[in-house]
Ligand binder design. Structure first.
Ligand SMILES: [Fe+2]
Ligand SMILES: [Fe+2]
Length: 167
């Protein structure tokens, strides 16, 4: 498989597993918020989903790919600007935003228990509960990698992210 084919495969998987999320108006609103650098929260979550699929493929991890993608796509669905001066307790963002993301995701989308765990526990070790499933560990890793890259540069898979925004 060529590099181009591998990238197309990742895009296809994210698109297929998360179509209802990616196409929803609710999800589009996460583009209003900046996550890191100049990357919006929507771009960050889509990039984290692509990198999660890539990590699962590198390690040939037998995992629930659909739940991995959907949990990744919604892991930061907390729906506020954490840099804004209106956010009166920015120091609480690292420990609390995963619970807000889970609450909002449960209200707006049909999510299963594994997807809920992936979202709720993605900030480990800031949140103390140790994740039980490998899908959660894959997203935790992808999220950290994406966050560092976005702080200094464009998101991973920036071209795929643009296509997956379905605009
Ligand atoms: Fe997060
Ligand atoms: Fe994140």
């Amino acid at each position: 498989m060529t590099r181009q084919q591998k990238r197309a495969r990742i895009e296809q998987i994210v698109d297929r597993c998360g179509a209802d999320i990616l196409d929803s108006e609710e999800y589009r609103q996460t583009d209003k918020y900046i996550q890191h650098g100049s990357t919006t929260t929507r771009e960050h979550m889509i990039s984290a989903a692509c990198v999660s699929v890539k990590i699962a493929r590198i390690f040939k991890a037998k995992c629930d790919q659909q739940s991995l993608v959907r949990g990744a796509l919604l892991h930061d669905y907390f729906l506020y600007d954490w840099h804004s001066p209106k956010n009166t307790h920015p120091e609480k963002h690292p420990t609390r935003h995963s619970s807000y993301a889970l609450k909002n995701a449960s209200e707006d989308f049909a999510i299963n228990p594994l997807e809920a765990e992936i979202i709720r526990e993605h900030m480990f070790p800031c949140t103390l509960k140790i994740p039980r499933h490998k899908e959660s560990w894959i997203l935790i890793t992808a999220d950290k990698i994406c966050s560092v890259k976005e702080t200094f540069s464009k998101p991973f898979y920036a071209d795929l992210v643009q296509e997956l925004k379905h605009e």
